[in-house]
Design a binder for this molecule. Structure first.
Ligand SMILES: Cc1cc2nc3c(=O)[nH]c(=O)nc-3n(C[C@H](O)[C@H](O)[C@H](O)COP(=O)(O)O)c2cc1C
Length: 356
């Protein structure tokens, strides 16, 4: 029997999602110096739309040419050529009846300096990531603490990139506030040791993303969706909880709730894990505070987990299952027995061969 929820439509600000299943943002590191992904990487997004996904998130698009890029082969949306490359892709996604959302990304201290044209590494505070960069095998650099000039410059990068996304025709723009990258470095007292307006209290640490949200919102048309992604985990120093407590996380959700945004995307390692020593999941803790639509991601891999994750959210996102299985939506619909993919299997994202 078909689940009414998972395959029921959902409306966000006048845009209709045909079901509750979305493709999570996934960086594929396929761009060359022009900042444009390989054609087969773009085609992959269209194929996921064709195969039933209702909302397609792009890879994290790097927001400026100075300090935003953290991995080789990331793409940008700052030149007409880059916009022209995405425009037909966005149209094709929409022609398949899906909604296209561009994610915007700044690495902050999670940097690989050589890939940034200006070779500059910046973060809220001059604290290096503790672990070794798994891609280079070397230490992460000690970042420069961002000046107020840097802060304005970075915000402008988000604004200009969002404008590029609008010209390319995207239905929505997402601000990557998760996974230990720049914005989450500001949110977390672990990596934000500032004593100015941007550090200290939760409200002060939130001020950076508050400015980004509002600058982007006023630069894009009213009907373009604006999402924020947030998590309690980061890709480096994984043992560190980015938020000090449940109270801190919920305070931030409360601030987001008052912003002119259209959904919160809660990213977890496993959606079912209980958070901050409570008996509740991250999505449930978010739901307690906000009426905004919630997207949940993390280890959703079959019909049962998708339905379970949807209890505390409006949309489920999948990364690895949709990366590795082009027929995932159909398989879910047919309630096939499906395994959870391991992180090591996600390396296929970086194959030079086209994925099915
Ligand atoms: C290859 C790969 C690239 C990713 N790149 C991004 C990214 O650019 N932005 C982002 O927010 N999350 C990124 N993620 C995280 C996924 O969006 C998702 O949160 C994570 O894979 C957990 O979901 P899953 O268990 O369904 O795979 C990436 C994950 C993978 C596997």
């Amino acid at each position: 029997m078909e689940n009414a929820n998972l395959f029921s439509p959902f409306e966000i600000k006048g845009r209709r999602l045909k079901n509750r299943i979305g493709l999570a943002p996934m960086t594929r590191m396929s761009s060359s110096a022009d900042g444009i992904p390989r054609q087969d990487v773009l085609d992959f997004l269209v194929r996921r739309a064709k195969n039933g996904v209702s909302i397609i998130n792009t890879e994290g698009i790097v927001t400026d040419y100075e300090s935003a890029q953290g991995y080789p082969g990331q793409s940008r949306m700052l030149t007409q050529k880059q916009i022209d490359a995405w425009t037909p892709v966005v149209k094709a996604i929409q022609a398949e009846g899906a909604v296209a959302v561009m994610q915007m990304f700044h690495c902050g201290r999670m940097a690989w300096p050589e890939v940034n044209p200006a070779n500059r590494v910046i973060a809220p505070s001059p604290m290096a990531v503790r672990q070794i960069n798994p891609v280079t095998g070397t230490s992460y650099p000690i970042p420069s603490a961002m000046s107020w000039f840097d802060i304005d410059h970075v915000i402008n990068g988000f604004v200009e990139t969002a404008k590029g996304g609008v010209v390319a025709g995207f239905d929505g723009i997402e601000i990557q506030g998760a996974h230990g990258y720049l914005i989450s470095q500001f949110l977390s007292s672990y990596s934000n040791q500032r004593t100015d307006r941007y550090g200290g209290s939760v409200e002060n640490r939130y001020f950076f993303i508050h400015r980004i949200i509002n600058a982007v919102r006023s630069a894009i048309p009213e009907d373009v969706l604006l999402f924020v992604r947030i998590s309690d985990w980061g890709v480096a120093d994984m043992e560190v909880s980015l938020f000090g407590s449940r109270e801190e996380f919920q305070e931030i959700i409360g601030y987001l709730s008052n912003e002119p945004i259209d959904a919160v995307s809660v990213s977890t390692y496993d959606y079912s894990q209980k958070a901050f020593g409570t008996d509740r999941t991250m999505a449930r803790l978010a739901r307690e505070i906000t009426d905004l639509p919630i997207m949940i991601c993390g280890a959703v891999h079959d019909r049962a987990t998708a339905e379970d994750a949807l209890k505390d959210a409006d949309i489920v996102l999948s990364g690895k299952s949709l990366l590795l299985n082009p027929d995932w939506v159909k398989d879910i619909r047919e309630n096939k027995r499906l395994n959870r993919y391991k992180s090591s299997e996600a390396g296929i994202a970086y194959t030079p061969e086209p994925l099915p």
